[in-house]
Design a protein around this ligand. Structure first.
Ligand code: ADP
Ligand code: MG
Ligand code: ZN
Length: 646
């Protein structure tokens, strides 16, 4: 559906330019060659007194003088032996060589002898008495022409070369004209390239998008507008021109945009912001212009700009400004201002980094509506699983609610992936339906990498891993604020973890108290604590736990205002809320050092708590770890029974 410039229209023109260039090169080169030839015809320098001797001897017919030198023409009847004898003594030092050359040069009368011009007042009278004709050369006449030629030709060549390369780059970039002077010229050969994707009918409706009820509600209005523009025009209501879909990757932003087009039954024009980044100057802007022009002819329709942050970044944040991006953004802004509100076009854009967007994009009349597309909650996950498992055959034992429970934090794309992985597993095992075990297995595959049967742990390693995992689970269960355990396993996974404890919140939590955060950190450090309590050893297996615990503790200090030292003072600000959540510090070096100390205190307190908890329940720890070693997997229910029993 996206076809780039048609390849057979342009090459002929290119060849023409190429031929002109080659001819120009040959011409200048050839002229130079001819000049060199002339310059190298036989000429021979003599000394000034030899010249005077020649004049005195009466063999000189004419002299041509310019500022630098005197060229001498001999008489036709001049005695060549006499000439030789005058010229030879001066070059007596290297006798044979110079004699030879003189014999050579004195033979033809056309030979040019020349000498340097000396300031000699007697020269003219000497020449007159020798009956020599004198010509003073007038050099000026030719110079204007030659100067023009020597400047203009290379300039023309350079210009054509530049122009030619520029055109070639423009063609490579997918056609269209650039801005300004050169753009105007290259516009002569503008290709009729289509530079965006268009789907006449996306075939996707809101039913394909599970959950996201709030987002769908906001978009419903746009669908209605596209279907019945008259209704709005008659009453004089002004419709929003555009909406920005904001949310983490894989949450269904693209899907929602397509669903709007599908619901309204209008064409879907689709551009991706990142496609502009590597483009040449002017191409991005011309793509945007082309897109809007075509869309205006095909109303009603949807224009969708995915990853708009790639072009819509704040214009001042980067040190080196990207002219191309800026031009594209400006063109987009101009187009958005340009079309009529009631023109039947709705512009949707998607981003997972709303905080980097240029404010100009968010002004009224542009993307003034924000539609938040968050990661799904428990019921959202269940309905997304339901939508995707409609396409596969499910065994009767499948309980999507349980899958939804164990996939907290998964995006829509993750869940679609889980269903597909489950189906693949069923096929691999020659079954005709997807079972609950398949789905549970693929939850783990998607979250923790594929199960790795061939990885063999030594008995000692298995023991360490088992205690580590039970440590997490036990600490979690023993703290009343912590999340209950769903599953513990010591089957190694490819993604690096040797086992893991899956904990699932009883309900979705958006607000956490300080105590709950401390309990989470304690739980994360429970693995390491169990290793210490039981074996007095510290292993590398805790690296990921430590990273996550430290991250949480740092957030408590710098962002949540939960440390004793700083109270409600914010020490960092979030840069990219939806992508990686990376923070930048907003305080001084000294304060940073204090913050590190506060983080360390939180961590060591949690570590101590975890160790104490496990020491006071070491019987349970041993009992559960031994069961885990035996069975490799234990469920949350089994775990609780073991805990109660011991
Ligand atoms: P985004 O554009 O937000 O990164 P996409 O719209 O490309 O995410 O979603 C990727 C895939 O994930 C979709 O093609 C769809 O299969 C699945 N998906 C995501 N969210 C949902 C949802 N709410 N309902 C159904 N499927 C979803
Ligand atoms: Mg997308
Ligand atoms: Zn761990």
């Amino acid at each position: 559906m996206s076809d780039h410039h048609n390849p057979d229209a342009e090459p002929k023109k290119k060849i023409n330019w190429f031929i002109i260039l080659i001819v120009l090169f040959l011409l200048t080169f050839g002229l130079n060659l001819i000049n060199m030839r002339q310059g190298s015809s036989a000429s021979f320098q003599i000394s000034y007194d030899q010249f005077l001797d020649l004049v005195e001897a009466g063999v000189v017919d004419q002299v041509y003088m310019n500022d630098d030198q005197i060229r001498i023409a001999l008489r036709e009847d001049a005695d060549l032996n006499k000439v030789s004898s005058i010229l030879s003594p001066a070059s007596g030092s290297n006798a044979s060589g110079s004699n030879a050359s003189i014999r050579e040069i004195t033979l033809p009368r056309t030979v040019i002898l020349y000498t340097g011009r000396v300031d000699d007042p007697q020269l003219v009278s000497a020449l007159r008495s020798g009956k020599v004709r004198i010509y003073e050369e007038i050099p000026e006449q030719t110079s204007i022409f030659s100067v023009i030629a020597s400047w203009l030709v290379p300039m023309a060549v350079m210009y054509l070369l530049y122009f030619f390369i520029f055109r070639m780059l423009m063609k490579r970039a997918g056609g269209g004209e650039g801005g300004g002077f050169l753009g105007g010229i290259s516009g002569i050969g503008k290709s009729k390239a289509k530079v965006y994707n268009v789907e006449k009918n996306t075939g996707i409706t809101f039913r394909d998008v599970a959950g996201q009820d709030e987002a769908k509600e906001s978009l419903e209005e746009m669908v209605d507008y596209l279907k019945n523009p008259k209704k709005y025009q008659n009453i004089g209501a002004r419709q929003p021109k555009g909406a920005l879909l904001v949310g983490p990757p894989g949450t269904g932003k693209t899907l929602l945009a397509k669903a709007v087009a599908g619901e309204a039954g209008v064409p879907f024009y689709h551009l991706t912001g990142s496609e502009f980044v590597e483009m040449f100057v002017g191409v991005g802007a011309s793509r945007v212009r082309d897109l809007f022009q075509t869309a205006k002819k095909n109303t009603p329709c949807i224009i969708f700009i995915d990853e708009i942050d790639a072009i819509g970044k704040k214009r001042d944040v980067q040190m080196a400004t990207n002219d191309e991006r800026e031009q594209t953004l400006n063109q987009l802004l101009a187009e958005m201002d340009g079309f009529e509100t009631n023109g039947g076009i709705i512009v949707l854009a998607a981003t997972n980094r709303p905080e980097v967007l240029d404010q100009a994009l968010l002004r009224p009349g542009r993307f003034d509506r924000r539609i938040i597309v968050e990661k799904p909650d428990l019921s959202g996950r269940e309905s997304i699983l339901a939508v995707h498992s409609k396409k596969v055959t499910l065994a009767p034992d499948v309980d999507l609610h349980e899958i939804a429970l164990s996939t907290s934090g998964a995006s829509g794309a993750d869940l679609a992936n889980i269903v597909n992985e489950g189906a693949l597993r069923a096929v691999r095992m020659n079954r005709t339906a997807v079972s609950q075990a398949d789905l549970m297995e693929s939850v783990e595959t998607v979250f923790a990498g594929k199960e790795k049967k061939d990885r063999v742990l030594s008995a000692k390693e298995r023991q360490l891993v088992a205690y580590h995992e039970v440590g997490h689970a036990l600490v979690s269960a023993l703290q009343k604020n912590a999340q209950p355990v769903q599953k513990i396993t010591i089957v190694p996974r490819t993604m690096g973890s040797l086992g893991y404890t899956m904990s699932v919140p009883e309900e979705e939590r958006y607000l956490l108290t300080k105590e709950e955060l401390m309990a989470q950190i304690t739980m994360l450090l429970g693995g390491r604590a169990a290793e210490i309590v039981r074996f007095g050893a510290e292993t590398t297996g805790a690296a990921n736990d430590i990273e996550r615990a430290t991250d949480l503790a740092r957030k408590m200090v710098t962002q949540y205002g939960m440390s004793d030292q700083f109270g409600s003072m914010g020490l960092a600000s979030t840069q990219s809320q939806y992508l990686d959540g990376r923070n930048i510090s907003t305080c001084s070096e000294a304060t940073n050092a204090q913050a590190d100390e506060a983080v360390r205190q939180i961590l060591s307190r949690c570590q101590r708590d975890a160790e104490e908890l496990l020491r006071s329940h070491s019987d349970s720890l041993d009992a559960i770890a031994n069961t885990l070693l035996e069975k490799e997997n234990i469920s949350g229910k089994e775990f609780m029974e073991l805990l109660k029993a011991s």
